[in-house]
Design a protein around this ligand. Structure first.
Ligand code: HAM
Length: 420
């Protein structure tokens, strides 16, 4: 017996309806915000993530599934969706199409992390990336899209936390202040923090080691260093959120784990799923398109982890719609009546009805039992008498009533009672 790799999960037949519900809600959200789907390969050249996600991030340093292919190229399974979406945008010349360009994806992602509740090595993201618009309204719209998606799922108990991490100009000032603050503490900090000190001190704020967290708690706050442009932008985003009744809190501790962010960053956080509380997160990344070889063009997006959303919904008792069930099960008794049942079912399916017949050569009693287990709403039995009369006896399984319906009229009978 070969087991599933650590940190991955199967989706079983009785669970797939949950996935379909979340994916459907994602697509419906995209539809009303006029966001179009893009699909990128599961693997990309490693270089894309080194330059895109950033060499000082945990994702790139420790977590990537990188390998050499048979042609000697360094290939990486995508650890997130943004870098691939930006590559697609640049490579296909989409910057010359009318802006903004709003895109979304639903994709598997791969990170070699220590698995725990809500943290997997293969997980799935619904992500949105909006290219070409620098206005604060764009930030607000992207956040509304995320919150609309969560609302559609029936998720109520998350907190929207927002922050601004500034642009190149204010970040330079902030980095200087951070270095001044951290320098006397460096000896007490972990090796990773020490290595980040020169290259990217902002990343030190993201360290999960207790001894470092104590030191970073009193570090200077980025919000005190924002330039006028970034400050005005952040104020406007906040007022748009308030005006549209999207509750938020400002958390100056959010710096995000990926290097491409500028200005607005945000996370929808839950306290109901353990340590990995961010179910949906994102922010602006105004330099990334240019850094990856495209034109200088702003962008912003978010991604929500599907497994984390599912865990949150399960833990907080949010209900999922039922999975698919046959509307009708048509039972036969012998060769001739089974053949008729098969024919009726084929005709119903051709009309788009979920209909089932026996494939297991069961007795009529056992077929009834099976139909009940499947959750069929109606069961029709075809016996010798029915073959002669040309009518099936249709039993409504919830009401217990029975009606004789001509074989040729079963579809109209069901249609009158159902909306399908
Ligand atoms: P991220 O915060 O790294 O951002 O991931 C986004 C979401 O993916 C998280 O909030 C979480 O729900 C889910 N996630 C991340 N890692 C795991 C894991 N190991 N297991 C399960 N779920 C996980 C990004 O990936 C950015 N690309 C988001 C973005 C899009 N920013 C701008 N555009």
């Amino acid at each position: 017996m070969i087991n599933i790799p650590k940190g991955t999960k199967d989706v079983l037949p009785n669970q797939s309806c949950k996935w379909q519900f979340i994916e459907k809600s994602a697509r419906e959200t995209a539809e009303i915000f006029n966001i179009k789907e893009v699909r990128t390969p599961v693997f990309e050249h490693t270089e894309l993530f080194l330059r895109g996600v950033g060499e000082t991030t945990d994702v790139v340093n420790k977590e990537m599934y990188t390998f050499e292919d048979k042609g000697g190229r360094s290939i990486t399974l995508k650890p997130e969706g943004t870098a691939g979406a930006v590559r697609l945008f640049i490579e296909n010349g989409l910057a010359s199409t009318p802006m903004p360009l709003k895109t979304y994806y639903i994709t598997p992602c791969f990170r070699y992390e220590r698995p725990q509740a809500g943290r997997l090595r293969e997980f799935h993201q619904f992500g949105v990336e909006v290219f070409g618009a620098k206005s604060a309204e764009t930030d607000a719209e992207v956040i509304f899209a995320a919150s609309t998606f969560l609302n559609k799922l029936g998720i109520k108990k998350t907190e929207l936390q927002i922050n601004s991490i500034g642009c190149r100009i204010c970040r330079a000032e902030y980095n200087k202040a951070l270095k001044e603050y951290f320098r006397p503490h460096l000896a007490e900090m972990c090796e990773t923090c020490r290595s980040r000190f020169d290259k990217n001190p902002l990343r030190m704020l993201d360290c999960k080691e207790e001894k470092c967290k104590k030191i970073t708690a009193d570090a200077p706050k980025i919000l005190d260093f924002l330039c006028e442009d970034c400050n005005t932008h952040f104020e406007k985003v906040k007022s748009l959120l308030s005006a549209n009744k999207v509750p938020y809190v400002v958390n100056s501790g959010i710096v995000r784990g990926l290097d491409y962010y500028t200005k607005t960053v945000f996370e929808f956080v839950s306290t109901d799923i353990g340590a990995q509380g961010a179910v949906c997160a994102g922010g602006r990344y105004d330099n990334l398109v240019e850094e990856l070889g495209g034109p200088s063009l702003p962008a912003i997006g978010f991604a929500a982890g599907i497994e984390r959303l599912m865990l949150l919904m399960e833990n907080t008792g949010v209900s999922f719609p039922d999975g698919q069930k046959p509307l009708i099960y048509v039972a036969g008794m012998d060769d001739a009546t089974r053949a008729k049942a098969f024919e009726i079912v084929a005709r119903l399916r051709a009309n788009g009805v979920n209909a089932e017949a026996d494939l297991m050569e069961r007795s009529v009693k056992a077929q009834f039992k099976y139909a009940d287990k499947l959750g069929a709403q109606y069961v029709a039995v075809i016996g010798g008498n029915e073959l002669i009369s040309g009518e099936a006896n249709i039993k409504n399984m919830t009401e217990g009533t029975q009606t004789a319906v001509k074989f040729g009229e079963i579809y109209s009978y069901l249609k009158c009672r159902q909306s399908f």
